[in-house]
Design a binder for this molecule. Sequence first.
Ligand code: ZN
Length: 243
Amino acid sequence: MRVAVVSDIHGNRHAFEAVLDAVEAIAADELWCLGDLVGYGADPDACVALTRRYATVCLAGNHDLAVRGDIPLDEFSRGAALAARWTQETISADALVYLRTLEPLKLDEAVGLYHASPRDPVWEYVLSPLQAELCFDVLQHRVACIGHSHIALAYTRGAGMPATGEKQPDGAVLDVAEGEWLLNPGSVGQPRDGDPRAAWMLLDTDAWTAAYHRTEYDVAGAAAAIRAARLPDSLAERLPHGQ
Ligand code: ZN
């Protein structure tokens, strides 16, 4: 099966629509979302609606949990807390019903799916080989997908070897047929790895390859929507920098 894996959409309808077009163009079999549909961006309802329509699997991220009231906002940075409160005030009742159905992990697919990490599906940012090592020790699958850090990357561990990993640029294709893998597709709606284009990944669970993709989108439109919604200006300013 060829699965398009997306994460951290964050209310950025402009980015998500562009990614969905790209996913349709390569005829992926399914779309899986690793969570954080909302928070930061100006179009939470549209992003929830598109996810409901196209994703066969969807997790809850920390921002989704905060918006539905399951995480206190004082655990967030100031900008994130303001955006979560704004989202609570503007999200439709219907979209909120959907967010309430989501869990931060899913373990009954061919690969493990976690919003953040196998050790802590809600909060851990896996950004070092040591963290990856500790995650591999608790992993129930050989391959897992994680989001949350907004950085497209992959960690791997072969038998008797230490974990290694690095960021994955547009066009990178990994052979994941051997060893253990933690794959992060990066963020659709707020990339933080210096590339402002929307990030996603195509995972082939028959051939066992992971292909990293970046898709251009209307960054100025997404930034203008954030400003028009009177969300913190910093959330608009960071988008063109991919930070
Ligand atoms: Zn996120």
